[in-house]
Design a protein around this ligand. Structure first.
Ligand code: NAI
Ligand code: MG
Length: 368
């Protein structure tokens, strides 16, 4: 059996706690790997001015893939205040390390399954495939808006309520949509559907209003869909899709969406399954991947040893699947399902009193 090299990015708050739990489960089922810890998170922003130091990227480049716990991100004013004194004159800007990671390794697909387990949430079994590198999270943030751009927008016609078109009174976040970006994410969604025997892919957009970006995404999606005649293709508007997901979640199977829509949809579907402690994800590119629970660093429960490790363990299962260790992946997934279905061991978010370690032990026992 291969020994894999896995980058291990605990991060902040409950990040290291849930990754420790995932690690104990991976060890118990006999997964052979060398885990290589690397620095990421708020501490490194404060001390070094970069929450994702270059040495971490070097470590990751030598690994097969990485697991990531969670990080803490704070508003710009806190970031400036908490930065070490000697670094303050350098005009450094905080940038989310997970966003940096996605960009650095071109992890264009964010795959977020939402599956209800008996005893928690609504009956739902959906996989959201979210575009991860462009869309409304392109990072093209403009404020103040240069006068030339303000004028180009023709504010008298488009924004009659904007009395004086001052640069400071207008902010733009630019949705960037490229043909290649649309093509690879839609193709990935269909491939995910095919590999898992799923029947339907729904593109969630708003092309009737976002005619340029949504229009291009829709046009490309139809082209890609034609190459997958065995899988049904549907289109839905983002607003209608939100309502239908709550009312009739079983009509959805695989969903593909641009960055912001996918982010919101996957939190909605995670909410339907029973909360953040259960939602795993994978950031996947052509050659590298980073697996992470969807939740954040949860400062309200950090250090108490009560975080639910299921999202992290399910993320580890997605990692095993990606590495081609399908039997181990399924064993992990089945073990989590069994623990949640039997509902004898439950962390506080699920209404119980179990600790993170007790939950991990229950999963290990169930993986037998
Ligand atoms: P959060 O996901 O950290 O917490 C939201 C709520 O869910 C909290 O009440 C928390 O206790 C609970 N929760 C989260 N994970 C849980 C688990 N495994 N078990 C039991 N309960 C759990 O989101 P929040 O509070 O909005 O953000 C906290 C920090 O995390 C912020 O600094 C934020 O920027 C960061 N964040 C980081 C993410 C990442 O690393 N990918 C994603 C989301 C937020
Ligand atoms: Mg989110």
């Amino acid at each position: 059996m291969t020994t894999y090299q896995i980058g291990w990015l605990g991060g902040d708050g409950i990040g290291p706690e849930v990754l420790d739990a995932a690690r104990s489960v991976l060890d118990a089922i006999g997964f052979r790997a060398e885990y290589i810890p690397a620095d990421i998170g708020w501490k490194y922003w404060c001390e070094e001015g970069n929450p994702l130091p270059e040495r971490t990227l070097d470590v990751l480049r030598s690994t097969n893939c990485a697991m990531f716990g969670a990080i803490t991100s704070k508003p710009a004013s806190d970031a400036a205040r908490e930065l070490a004194e000697p670094l303050r004159a350098r005009n450094l800007k905080y940038s989310s390390p997970i966003v940096q990671l996605r960009r650095e390794f071109n992890l264009f697909a964010n795959i977020r399954p939402a599956q209800s387990f008996a005893g928690a949430g609504q009956p739902i079994d959906v996989i959201v495939v979210r575009e991860n590198t462009e869309g409304l999270y392109s990072g093209l943030e403009i404020h103040p808006t240069p006068q030339s751009l303000v004028s180009a927008l023709d504010p008298a016609r488009r924004l009659p309520h904007l009395r004086e078109a001052n640069p400071a009174d207008l902010a733009l976040s630019v949705r960037v949509t490229t043909r290649v970006g649309c093509e690879r994410i839609v193709r990935r969604a269909f491939e995910v559907a095919r590999s898992l025997g799923r029947k339907r892919v729904t593109l969630v957009e708003k092309a009737n209003v976002l005619r340029a970006t949504g229009g291009l995404m829709t046009e490309v999606a139809r082209e890609v869909a034609a190459a997958f005649p065995d899988i049904q293709f549907r289109e839905a508007h983002i607003d209608t899709a939100c309502m239908d997901l709550v009312r009739r979640p079983s009509e959805f199977d695989v969903i593909v969406a641009e960055n912001l829509f996918g982010d919101i949809l996957s939190d909605l579907t995670a909410g339907l399954t029973g909360g953040p402690g259960l939602a795993p994800s994978a950031n996947i590119g052509e050659t590298y991947a980073v697996f992470e629970p969807v939740h954040g660093s949860a400062p309200d429960i950090a250090g108490k040893g009560v975080a639910n490790p299921c999202a992290a363990v399910l993320s580890a299962s997605m990692m095993l699947e990606w590495l081609g260790e399908r039997t181990l992946a399924q064993r992990l997934h089945a073990a989590v399902r069994r623990v949640l279905t039997e509902a004898r061991t439950k962390t506080p978010d699920l209404g119980g009193t179990a600790t993170t370690k007790q939950m991990a032990s229950a999963i290990i026992a169930a993986a037998g």
